[in-house]
Every structure is written in C-alpha cells, then in structure tokens.
Ligand binder design. Structure first.
Ligand SMILES: [Zn+2]
Length: 242
C-alpha cells in the first residue's frame, strides 16, 4: 500500500503516527511524508528541515516533501489545498493520515480541513492525535508495541525540539499506553496509536479499498429547445472544480 502522512510542522507526523509508519515500512508498504512548513516559529528552519529528512530516512520513507508555507500563519486557502493535492498526486495513496480537525494548534486545524478537501477523491483518510490533542475520540487502534522504541528514537531525531515536554519519551509512551488500555485488545498489546476516521472505504472482503478516481467526461451542456428571449440572461455553466 501507499501511505501518505501529512503534517503542518516537522515532527507532527512522527508524534502522531510515527509508530504506524515505521511498522508499515518494515512490512513493505511505501511511505510518503508531506510537511507544510519548515517550522521557523520554533527553531531554525534549516535545522528542522534536516531533522525531517533524517527522520524520513530512519523510517524508510520513499518520498518526503516539505512546503515553504509560513509557520503559525496557515489558513485554508487554494494555495494550501493545491500544495496538499500535489503531494497526494505524487504519492497516489491508498490511505492518508493527517491532523485532527479539532486540534489545539490552528496550523494543525487548517491542515486537517485542507486535507479533507484535497483528498476528496481518496478513499481512506484517518486523523492522528499528538500528546497535546484534546477532545479526541479514537475510532481506529493500531498496535505499535514492537516499534515503540523506534517511535521514541524518531522523536529524538528532532533535537531542536527537545525542550518541549510533549516530545519527551514519557509523553509518547503514556499516551500510547493509555490508548492500548482503552482499546482492550489484548494484554500483550502495550502501546497503541489511535486515529479518528475522516473517510474509510471497505471492499467485500472488508479490506481497505482504494477506489480509482474516474474522470467523468461531461457532454455538451443541455441546450434549450425553444428560442430564448434575448432578455434572458444565460448563466455560464458552473462546473464545481472540487
Ligand atoms: Zn505542529
């Protein structure tokens, strides 16, 4: 499967779904990362960009894209939606992972909303949480027990962010432990990443389905069969582009 993870800042993806991505890459899935800003509001953007590339390499990502949008200034506009759409087109994902729409950081909320629009033709979109996310109601649980140390290692790559409490190993582990307990899956499952569902399509075998996008060819617009009164105004046919 192709998996595309989207985040507003370097380190968001790792905090939200780093465990899933490491595990998926090891299982032979193709991982793509798309980060919208270089995180200039919380450190040197060059250093943070390098950390992102290092993290992508560590997890075995097949592709990583970083945008040059301004940190803390994201809004849901055409530019952001088009950028995400280009990342989606490059990755051709079976599943997209993005921010939770109710996250406390407005950049995260903007990316979540923009992803939903950019991914309108994609079949499967999940939203991840980070340790600071509130009011999050998990719908999907993913076992990361065998890669929890790798997830912590991934976050450690972001040395520039080491003073932030939510990047500490105990913050990462506590949340994953809580979600494991809450999932009530099995006593051998000690660490879990949780996701909200924005969109999910299943096939007849109940496996994730990737429905190919069909470019519908539109015929000639319906022509009136009676002559129009010259006074009538003919409105141009509005094609919804998204
Ligand atoms: Zn962030």
């Amino acid at each position: 499967m192709n998996i595309l993870a989207i985040g507003a800042h370097p380190d968001d993806i790792e905090l939200g779904c780093g465990g899933m991505l490491v595990r998926a890459a090891r299982s032979g899935h193709q991982i793509y990362m798309c980060t919208v800003t270089r995180g200039a509001a919380s450190g040197d953007p060059n250093e943070r960009t390098q950390e992102l590339f290092k993290s992508a390499k560590f997890m075995g990502a097949k592709g990583v894209t970083i945008g040059d949008f301004q940190d803390t200034k994201l809004t849901v506009d055409n530019e952001l939606i088009n950028f995400l759409e280009s990342c989606i087109n490059k990755a051709d994902p079976d599943i997209i992972l993005t921010h939770f729409h109710g996250d406390i950081h407005h950049d995260h909320r903007a990316v979540s909303t923009a992803t939903q629009e950019a991914a309108r033709f994609n079949s499967n979109v999940l939203a991840y949480e980070i340790p600071l996310t509130r009011n999050f109601e998990p719908k999907v649980y993913y076992d990361i027990s065998d890669v929890i140390d790798d997830k912590i290692e991934l976050i450690r790559i972001y040395w520039s962010q080491r003073s932030k409490l939510y990047t500490k190993a105990n913050a990462i582990k506590s949340l994953a432990e809580f979600r494991a307990l809450q999932s009530r899956l099995n006593t051998s499952i000690n660490y879990v990443e949780a996701f909200d569902v924005l969109k999910l399509c299943l096939d007849k075998e109940f496996k994730l389905q990737k429905v190919p996008y069909e470019n519908v060819q539109m015929g000639e617009p319906h022509m009136a069969s009676v002559p129009l009164d010259p006074a009538d105004e003919i409105m141009p046919h509005q094609m919804a582009e998204r």
